[in-house]
Design a protein around this ligand. Structure first.
Ligand code: RIB
Length: 310
């Protein structure tokens, strides 16, 4: 079973011709109000990919909480450990441009009151996978990671959006997932090198090795259209992306993380789990919205063969 500890938001998604520059106003052709939040998105992604999932987090005592919870309930996620806060439900303003690229601003609200201690001790066992992101307080995440480590659970941490993090904590996690920008931020936190503006695929590979050497845990780097690179068990793995024309990349990283974690949780090998993640990430870009576009296990299986290297 997967326990996701993370954010629940309501997303306000604006379709715009181009992302606004500083000081610019752009007119949106459409706006949708949909459930989101990296935690909830990944919980839904894992459930659609076939896992049993429990969500731990917090929403407000307001009308928006119903929207924030709707996708989880629809996907069969256990929401009994989602607390109610006096703060408003978290929200996100998301601009999506004509190429499907996005820019996101989050107002955390109730997510700041998310606590891992609402999770009963009996729900942390060696058969539990704990999945976290970075949209709830660091102290609460650190507390849950330490409890989960003591109980022998498998811990997957998607360091998004990246914030400063203790090396000692990273070492307690089995698998770290970052995108290219997050990898650079993480790398510069622990290595005193100047980050160039332009860097090559070799630089990405080297940085992933550096983080692996430092933490001794698996490191996964999602590279969008360039697929995924990982360092696992002292071995470099690369998996290509599904060939698609993206409509909306919101939640693509969440789709990857949820489906990848679901595959690991049911005992697939690391390389197979990466392929599940890549296919889910690609399919999630074919529709608007973070949760509405998340593929089912059957859809992922159907497209696995289309991924080069099958
Ligand atoms: O990863 C996409 C998510 O980031 C959105 O759903 C938004 O709520 C923010 O948390």
């Amino acid at each position: 079973m997967i326990t996701v500890f993370g954010s629940l938001n309501v997303d306000y998604i604006f379709q715009v011709p181009q992302l606004p520059a500083p000081g610019e106003t752009v007119l949106a052709s459409n706006m949708q109000v949909l459930p989101g939040g990296k935690g909830a998105n990944q919980a839904v992604a894992a459930a659609r990919a076939g896992a049993k999932v429990r969500m731990v987090g917090a929403v407000g005592r307001d009308g928006l909480s119903e929207i924030a919870l709707a996708g989880l309930l629809d996907a069969g996620v256990d929401t009994s450990a989602v607390a109610q806060s006096t703060k408003p439900t978290g929200t996100a303003a998301i601009n999506v441009d004509a190429q499907g690229e996005n820019a996101i601003t989050v107002s955390s609200g109730a997510n700041l009151d998310a606590r891992g201690d609402s999770l009963d001790e009996k729900n942390l066992t060696p058969r539990t996978t704990v999945l976290l992101q970075m949209e709830v307080p660091m102290t609460a995440m650190a507390d849950l990671i330490q409890r989960a480590r003591k109980k022998g659970a498998c811990i997957v941490w998607n360091l998004a959006p990246m914030q400063s993090v203790d090396l000692a904590l990273l070492k307690q996690v089995d698998c770290l997932i970052v995108n290219e920008g997050e990898l650079n931020q993480l790398h510069s936190e622990f290595h005193q090198t100047r980050e160039p503006n332009n860097y090559s695929a070799k630089d990405v590979e080297q940085k992933a090795w550096d983080i692996f050497t430092l933490t001794r845990q698996s490191v996964v780097v999602t590279l969008g259209a360039n697929g995924t690179l990982a360092v696992h068990n002292n071995t470099l793995l690369t998996v290509p992306a599904l060939a698609i024309s993206p409509v909306d990349t919101v939640g693509a990283g969440d789709a990857f993380t949820g489906a990848f974690t679901a595959a690991l949780d049911r005992g697939e090998t690391f390389p197979v789990a990466l392929r599940w993640g890549n296919v889910a990430g690609g399919l999630a870009c074919l529709e608007t919205g973070a949760q509405s576009s998340l593929p089912t296990a059957a859809q992922i299986s159907e497209h696995l063969a289309a991924l080069p290297g099958a």
